[in-house]
Design a binder for this molecule. Structure first.
Ligand SMILES: Cc1cc2nc3c(=O)[nH]c(=O)nc-3n(C[C@H](O)[C@H](O)[C@H](O)COP(=O)(O)OP(=O)(O)OC[C@H]3O[C@@H](n4cnc5c(N)ncnc54)[C@H](O)[C@@H]3O)c2cc1C
Length: 482
């Protein structure tokens, strides 16, 4: 065996199959040192949120096991990534460094610095695309610019897209030289008491194997129903692949290829196209983030910088805790706390409620999602919040103010979703489950609902909130506060 040594730096790509950086390290020959660095910047623009730390703990455990089964070992180190890499290079005598790229501005800056240092130090340093179907700069408009509208972006990307074939994980890996590693348990990524994440493990299986299982189950049971049911929070109609994608436990190319195989085996076109188009939103969010690195803080439409937001900590707390008095909003916020995940339709409803009914800055909602979502993503989260706020490039129109009652009636018609997450009103009949304040005193009494006591009255009347929001948005439209 060659005495060359290379470092494979894992970041947002916690998998062994379809991993271009891993393949490059193997081609190089010699010993490969798999390394993960916890520097609280290595996972995106900011410290991973509490829910993500839970996932990271499990996902790193799974990756460690998969490496060990193949004769290798995951080295864990904590500290500023640049400094840790220098130390590991010096301790191991590695002459090469490989990674798959991240696209948030902080990671790009960090990687540029590391690359410059590594080149100066005479290392063979190479980065690869592995997080997305296409690199954000590869999809360009006719004049070479970036896209600002999703539909044209997705047409351009998907029209002639052919991903590389799916590749299995290596069967054997070289032993890792004796280099010190931290113990994962000392990173204390799991929540301390009270353990709010206690239900997560019943629902989620972090790691590459769990990601592949989730994809297979979805292709078998979900793809055919996806177009009809993806908008229904009361059905299990979407793939729930988002945390796996966030941590790079599965390559989007593998998903694309698996969907094409399902099509060849007779799956319907409608479900497949709709599902791939959702993956397209993920690509578009990364395209936006790459070309607009300030997206997490600044509205993409500058007119929104002076939007007349309110300051109302009590309303924010009611929203966070699922106590707004609007059952579909409260159900979503409680699903988020219990599962670390929320259905996409309900994410849109709760985000619209925070921004338009409560007139609280979208950044506050984005930050709460960042802390509580297992799939909290530097691109998808910020782009989606801007989209709902109406300040993104391809945004929901400002005058679209979701009525939480109508949304509930339409997308949770029997109230099954609300009954599951808001048990104190679960006995209400379907026709008032999304508007308990319209239930008759007899119905309230029979079902044991005491408005204002066992379940809150609405935080704000919808018609009033709508009027106030339109007035606030008018200031942006007319440029009055810009
Ligand atoms: C306010 C708000 C915040 C959001 N924050 C995040 C976030 O932090 N992380 C995140 O991954 N998604 C986010 N989304 C998008 C979407 O809600 C989730 O991706 C989706 O609910 C995940 O469930 P799923 O895997 O079952 O999706 P599926 O419907 O099965 O879709 C498959 C995959 O496509 C991607 N996708 C689907 N919808 C979207 C979308 N609207 N935008 C971007 N990508 C999408 C996801 O990677 C998803 O896993 C947010 C949406 C809103 C409205």
């Amino acid at each position: 065996m060659s005495d060359k040594r290379s470092i494979l730096w894992f970041r947002q790509d916690l998998r062994l199959s379809d991993n271009p950086a891993l393949e490059a390290a193997l081609q190089q020959g010699g010993a490969m040192l798999p390394l993960f660095v916890l520097d609280d910047e290595s996972f995106g623009p900011r410290r991973p949120g509490a829910a993500q730390r839970w996932w990271m703990d499990r996902s790193l455990t799974a990756l460690s096991e998969r490496l060990a089964e193949r004769g290798s070992r995951l080295i864990l180190r904590r500290g500023p990534a640049g400094q840790v890499l220098k130390e590991v290079v010096s301790e191991s005598g590695a002459s090469a460094l490989f990674w798959n790229r991240c696209y948030d501005p902080q990671s790009i800056l960090r990687d540029r610095t590391v690359k410059a240092w590594a080149k100066d130090a005479g290392l063979d340093v190479r980065s690869f695309g592995g997080l997305l179907l296409a690199e954000p700069w590869e999809v360009a408009t006719g004049d070479g610019g970036s896209y600002r509208v999703y539909s044209s972006f997705w047409r351009a990307l998907s029209r002639s897209y052919r991903p590389p074939p799916t590749r299995p994980p290596p069967e054997r890996l070289s032993p890792v030289p004796p280099i010190a590693s931290d113990a994962l348990k000392h990173w204390a990524l799991r929540p301390a008491q009270p353990n709010w994440a206690s239900g997560f493990a019943d629902v989620w299986e972090p790691g590459e194997t769990g990601a592949h299982r989730r994809l297979s189950a979805f292709l078998r049971q979900g793809l055919a129903r996806y177009k009809a049911e993806r908008d229904r929070p009361d059905r299990d109609g979407s793939s729930r692949l988002s945390p796996h994608l966030r941590f790079g436990e599965i390559a989007p190319q593998r998903i694309w290829n698996a969907v094409q195989d399902a099509l060849s085996a007779g799956a319907g076109r409608a479900g497949a196209d709709t599902f791939l188009a959702e993956l397209g939103w993920r690509e578009f969010s990364y395209h936006l983030l790459f070309h607009n690195p300030d997206i997490a803080r600044e509205p993409l439409r500058p007119a929104f910088r002076n939007f007349p937001w309110r300051d109302d900590p009590a309303a924010l707390a009611a929203w966070q805790e699922g106590r707004t008095g609007y059952p579909i909003v409260d159900a979503g916020m409680r699903q988020l706390r219990s599962l670390g995940w929320m259905h996409n339709r309900v994410r849109m409803i709760v985000a619209s409620f925070l921004i338009k009914h409560l007139l609280l800055p979208w950044q506050l909602g984005e930050a709460w999602f960042w802390d509580t979502l297992l799939d909290a993503d530097p691109a998808n989260n910020t782009a989606s919040w801007q989209w709902v706020a109406g300040c993104g490039t391809d945004a929901a129109p400002y005058f679209r103010i979701f009525n939480p009652v109508l949304q509930g009636d339409r997308f949770d018609p029997e109230g099954a979703y609300v009954r599951r997450w808001v048990p104190e009103i679960s006995a209400l009949p379907a026709k008032v489950i999304h508007k308990p304040w319209q239930a008759s005193p007899q119905v309230l009494q029979q079902t044991g609902v005491r408005l204002g006591e066992s379940y809150p009255r609405p935080l704000i009347d919808h018609a009033q909130a709508r009027k106030r929001a339109l007035e606030a948005y008018a200031t942006v439209k007319q440029g009055a506060t810009v």
